[in-house]
Ligand binder design. Structure first.
Ligand code: VGL
Ligand code: ZN
Length: 206
């Protein structure tokens, strides 16, 4: 059984938002078509408390897109984004969310960032998604959303590591691309056995 996973299509990741992904909103129409097509739709929502340790503003003398060491290793620092309950954390108003069966919120622990829909950035604190998928008999995931080189990539890699079949829908994702991260993401995903498909191909499958 397969499911569509829509990653972080929130106002802050779209043009005008605090951590805007270039063309982030340009994928929404396509994602809506995929939502229409799939029987099972799951969403993720980046959901940080104010003062989150992934925010540059939390660290004196640090600027966004610099890297720092947190307890679990290196962490890129971001502009404040997706603060719980704010407009920036809300799903983009054009995204058709009504059909979603599950919303995974992530990054809600102040000290740990969470890119992946499966594990936080310490690579050991689970979000519960793997158990949810297994209990429901979902073994195949089609990934869409933002950002290709962070939350989509880590979700894809962890999905593979957890034994799921993972497709990334290449025309339904967009990347941030800091320090070469986008090219590296496609490379890492391919190496991990993540399949890349177009939305057209996906919608030809019954
Ligand atoms: C994301 C950076 C920080 C993402 C979330 O959704 O890819 N990137 N938080
Ligand atoms: Zn975040």
């Amino acid at each position: 059984m397969r499911a569509l996973l829509v990653v972080d299509i929130q106002n802050d990741f779209c043009p005008g938002g605090n951590l805007a992904v270039p063309g982030g909103d340009a994928i929404i129409a396509r994602v809506n078509e995929l939502i229409e097509h799939f029987g099972h739709v799951l969403l993720t929502q980046d959901w940080h408390p104010a003062g989150h340790h992934s925010f540059a503003s939390t660290h004196a003398g640090k600027a966004p897109f610099e890297t720092t060491e947190l307890a679990y290793g290196p962490q890129i620092l971001w502009p404040d984004h997706c603060v719980q309950g704010t407009h920036g954390a809300a799903f983009h108003p054009d995204l058709h969310i009504d059909k979603a069966q599950l919303i995974i919120r992530k990054g809600f622990r102040k000290e740990i960032d969470s890119y992946s829909a499966f594990f936080e950035n310490d690579h050991e604190t689970p979000t519960g998604l793997a158990g949810y998928l297994r209990e429901r008999g979902i073994d195949t995931l089609y990934l869409t959303g933002l950002a290709t080189d962070f939350c989509v990539k880590y979700s894809a890699l962890d999905g593979r590591a957890q034994g799921f079949t993972v497709f990334v829908v290449e025309d339904a994702v967009r990347g941030i691309d800091t320090q070469g991260s986008l090219a590296q993401a496609w490379e890492e995903m391919r190496e991990a056995g993540v399949a890349v498909v177009s939305s057209e191909e996906v919608m030809q499958i019954a």
